[in-house]
Design a protein. Structure first.
Ligand code: FES
Length: 74
């Protein structure tokens, strides 16, 4: 595998402070009910307030209750 090929396969995962995990893919998401979705990118909710779980819908910006395990780090 050459340098260009290995760089193209890198998936960027960005953890937003008190927000979602943003994955720049392409990425394949499989939900607990077995639904599979392929996207160029996705934002996975970490706060538990989204009305569109497992995806972030921006609710973390207006909700005060979060379920972060290690809030001091993230
Ligand atoms: S992280 Fe955005 S709605 Fe939960």
């Amino acid at each position: 595998m050459g340098d260009n090929e290995s760089k193209q396969s890198i998936v960027e995962v960005k953890i937003i402070e008190k927000g979602p995990v943003v994955i720049h893919g392409p990425v394949k998401v499989t939900t607990p009910d077995g639904m599979v979705v392929v996207r160029d990118m996705c934002a996975i909710c970490r706060c538990g307030n989204s009305k569109n779980l497992p995806y972030c819908d921006g609710s973390h910006l207006t909700q005060s209750k979060h379920v972060y395990e290690h809030e001091e780090f993230f």
